[in-house]
Design a binder for this molecule. Structure first.
Ligand code: ARG
Length: 459
């Protein structure tokens, strides 16, 4: 066991299962790029302090570049004693440039500040390179469909009961709005997580007075974490990112649920493209919306990742404890699930077929009962009274077995309330109902287009 990086004070061997139980390389190898970058900048800091010569620094950097090539080309050979990405890279550096030099890179550094530096860099890169751009495309696809299909009306629901007519674009815009908030929230979180723990040592700070601001700048951080105990043990950024993923998946799940309902034969509002559907092994006629069900179902594991990590962190005493190694698997699983979900949702939205005639056929005249009440409001009757009157009209049409309130005669309307006049029949127009709601955020064409435009300007 003296072969281990920390083996000096040990005489006994590590139990083989303990080695596996303890090792994080099987998943933290993903941070290899961040780890190598971190060591590059850290050794520059050491050179500034006179703890490495220029020649040593350049050998170290060449070695780190060579190691990066090995990881990039999937040819890095793992050693059975490698514990995590940090020990693996340091071990390999020694093989390449000799341990006389590689043995100096960890001067004043601990895996405690190193691992969390790597993790912050890794999160930042995924957010910048993957999550923000893909989320932006998803929003843009929703906005583009919304603009192109502004003319399609559909029932809007509350309690999943037909409520009032809306535009299909208004529905699209509603999820584009959620996702835009997610986008902005992610950018804010990125600012908070992009701060540097490097140079905090194991917990107590740096004994050679390393320039932590130099390290932070070199690694693209916005600043330095101001307390070394916090620097090594703060995992709030992981929790925050997991919560972000949880909230996003909550939005995606509701979005998917709407589309699952809309794609049933009973609704028939949309059809998914074959690219995002699957068949049944038994029933030849089936076309199932598995993409949507997975968007809904995978939200569960992301919620679980958040609560799991919170459980792990609760009650850990100050500074680094090995419990914290448990931050990575839930986080990585969340990031992969969220990224794939964004891409699948984008594909689903950009390829689905929308059935205008089915949506518009589902509009029923009773959905204009509120508009009928508003008709009398415009004649000066208090809304609470007109609500009651309109309700009586609905009840009478139902009692007479008519196909809708618009089939009552003027005489029948006037028997309920004499203030009804011939022009009341103009109320029974879905397009006008939607157009009347032209205040900010409403269903009128102008209002919906303004929403869509405003979303784009927020990206
Ligand atoms: N693999 C570890 C982690 O991810 C690195 C830190 C180990 N530090 C230590 N003192 N054992 O948390």
């Amino acid at each position: 066991s003296s072969q281990k990086l920390w083996g000096g004070r040990f005489t006994g061997e590590t139990d083989p299962l303990m080695h596996l139980y303890n090792a994080s390389l099987p998943y933290d190898y993903k941070m290899y790029k961040a780890d190598l970058e971190g060591t590059k900048v850290y050794t520059q800091g050491l050179e500034k302090l006179g703890l490495l010569t220029e020649v040593e620094l350049s050998k170290i950097h060449d070695g780190l570049d060579a190691i990066k090539k090995e990881w990039d080309s999937d040819s890095f050979v793992r050693h059975p004693n490698d514990e995590d990405i940090h020990t693996a890279n340091e071990r390999r550096l020694g093989e390449l440039i000799g341990t006389d030099i590689s043995g100096k890179v960890h001067t004043g550094r601990s895996r405690n500040d190193q691992c969390v530096t790597d993790l912050r860099i890794y999160c930042r890169d995924i957010i910048q390179d993957k999550l923000l751009p893909s989320l932006k495309s998803l929003i843009q696809v929703l906005v583009k469909r919304g603009e192109g299909e502004i003319g399609i009306l559909m029932p809007g629901y509350t309690h999943l009961q037909r409520a009032q007519p809306i535009r299909w674009s208004h529905w699209l815009s509603s999820y584009a709005t959620y996702f835009t908030e997610d986008y902005k929230r992610l950018k804010q979180l990125l600012d908070r997580l992009n701060v540097s723990p490097l140079g905090a040592g194991a917990l107590a700070g740096h004994p050679y007075g390393i320039d932590r601001e130099f390290l932070a700048n070199g690694l693209g951080f916005n600043g330095v974490i101001g307390n070394s105990l916090v620097a090594v043990s703060d995992r709030d950024f992981v929790v925050e990112l997991l919560f972000w993923g949880t909230l996003f998946m909550n939005h995606i799940s509701r979005f998917a649920e709407d589309l699952i309902i809309y794609s049933t034969a009973e609704f028939g509002f949309i059809t998914l493209s074959d690219a995002y559907s699957t068949g049944s092994s038994l029933m030849p006629q089936k076309k199932n919306s598995d993409s949507l069900e997975l968007l809904r179902g995978k939200s569960g594991r992301v919620f679980g990742n958040l609560s799991g990590l919170l459980m792990s962190l609760k009650g850990i005493p100050s500074t680094y404890n090995k419990d914290m190694q448990e931050d990575k698997e839930p986080l990585f699983d969340c990031l992969t699930t969220v990224e794939h979900s964004i891409l699948i949702a984008t594909g689903v939205v950009s390829t689905l077929n929308v059935h205008k005639e089915k949506m518009e056929k589902a509009l029923t005249m009773d959905m204009l009962a509120t508009d009928l009440a508003d008709y009398l409001v415009r004649k000066g009757v208090p809304f609470r009274t007109t609500h009651h009157i309109s309700g009586e009209c609905v009840a009478l049409a139902e009692k007479l077995n008519l196909s809708g309130i618009d089939k009552l005669t003027l005489a029948q309307f006037q028997e309920i309330d004499p203030r009804f006049e011939q022009d009341l029949f103009e109320t029974f127009n879905f397009e006008q109902s939607v157009e009347r709601r032209d205040a900010i955020g409403g269903t009128a064409k102008k209002a919906v287009l303004a929403q869509l435009q405003s979303l784009q300007s927020q990206l």
